[in-house]
Ligand binder design. Structure first.
Ligand SMILES: [Zn+2]
Length: 369
């Protein structure tokens, strides 16, 4: 798949309306894409979508991304202001006067006039909206920020977290299907309200228990991570660290790509700007790690104050992410290539071999003292 087609896939995916529990349009898009590419999709009892690159064969790796983004659900249309239930991590200060868009038929826009907070936590529970058009209970919505704007290599889009991850999964699984490498793309629901879809996918055994899971997520660029410096091998998040063998393996894969393509860039970091699905997968004993797309304006919160904005990611990081995913799957499928276990044991051997002289010296010291 060439870069132009991948970019088209990113645009077609990232511009879809979505909110927790309201992932229907992303699901339809993923199923449509898979059907066009001749890929098999499965839907589990929680509505998560699994896309198998080779039907009936055990995947060598699962690429997971979530289909939702912070948003709201209309709960009462009887008053002068429309009431909505907010879902997702955005501080209360951003809400008053914020522009919103309801994904009604036809879509309508408006402003958030006031909010009601949850009693126990300083989080928004209800929003009261002044809307231009008609909506009905159950309609979903989110912030009214630019849906797609390409500024040089920077994509400005509402829900890079995690529709860009979904696009990367669709792209990688499609490439790997053409190569006959069995992988699974797992697109989950309701991540923003506590990993609900991911937990359901484990309960339903949507993907085989022992298979490595890589969470593909656009995640706030923190520390030394820079947009444009390549995809991030994510060794952990705000809540914990990921599988050591998988993390080292991903780094080895990235280096092997750079050996062949000097312009390939990648980064390694613990991205503690948020928690990603690799954490619940790890907690339930699944070997997991992550690949992150460095994100700015995380959850549409601009860095320059209490303003809402489109999220941004770098196109080069997105392409690099797909390249890294594809190469990781190729190496996992190749019995002669290194895998997570071999990457760790090779590193262990190199440590011992580098320390040989020092070890002998210490042993000598211990004998003479
Ligand atoms: Zn998020």
């Amino acid at each position: 798949m060439n870069a132009a087609r991948l970019l088209e896939l990113l645009e077609a995916t990232a511009t879809l309306p979505t909110a927790p529990f309201h992932e229907g349009r992303v699901i339809a898009h993923a199923k449509g894409w898979a059907a066009d590419e001749g890929l098999t999709t499965r839907r589990d009892s929680y509505g998560n979508i699994a896309i198998d690159s080779v039907a009936g064969e055990a995947p060598v790796v699962v690429f997971a991304a979530h289909m939702d983004h912070p948003g709201f659900e209309i709960s009462d249309v009887s008053g002068a202001l429309t009431e909505a239930k907010w879902m997702g991590g955005v501080e209360p200060d951003y809400f008053p006067g914020a522009k919103v868009k309801v994904f009604s038929d036809p879509p309508t826009t408006g402003v958030c006039v006031k909010t009601e907070l949850q009693a126990e936590r300083r989080r928004v529970d209800k929003m009261f909206l002044d809307l231009e058009g008609e909506v009905k209970v159950g309609d979903s919505g989110s912030w009214n920020v630019p849906e797609w704007h390409l500024d040089g290599a920077l994509v400005h889009t509402r829900a890079a977290d995690d529709l860009a991850g979904c696009a990367a999964v669709l792209g990688a699984v499609t490439v790997l299907a053409a190569e006959g490498i069995p992988t699974c793309g797992l697109l989950t629901r309701a991540e923003e309200v506590g990993f609900v879809g991911a937990l359901g996918a484990m309960r339903a055994d949507t993907v085989p228990a022992g298979t490595p899971i890589l969470a593909i997520e656009a995640s706030k660029a923190v520390g030394r991570v820079r947009q444009g410096d390549g995809p991030v091998v994510r060794i952990g998040d705000k809540s914990g660290v990921f599988d050591a063998g998988l993390c080292r393996f991903l780094g080895d894969v990235a280096e092997s790509i750079r050996d062949r393509h000097a312009d390939f860039q990648w980064q390694r970091a613990l991205m503690d700007g948020g928690t990603c699905e690799a954490t619940p997968y790890s907690l339930f004993g699944r070997p997991s790690a992550g690949i992150a797309l460095p994100l700015d304006n995380y959850h549409n919160r601009s860095d320059d104050g209490r303003r809402l904005a489109a999220e941004t990611i770098h196109v080069g990081d997105f392409f690099g992410c797909v390249v890294l995913m594809v190469e990781a799957a190729r190496q996992l499928a190749d019995p002669d290539a290194a895998g997570p276990g071999k990457s760790l044991s090779a590193y262990r051997r190199s440590l011992v071999s580098n320390a040989r002289e020092g070890l002998e010296r210490l042993e000598g010291d211990a004998l003479t003292s």
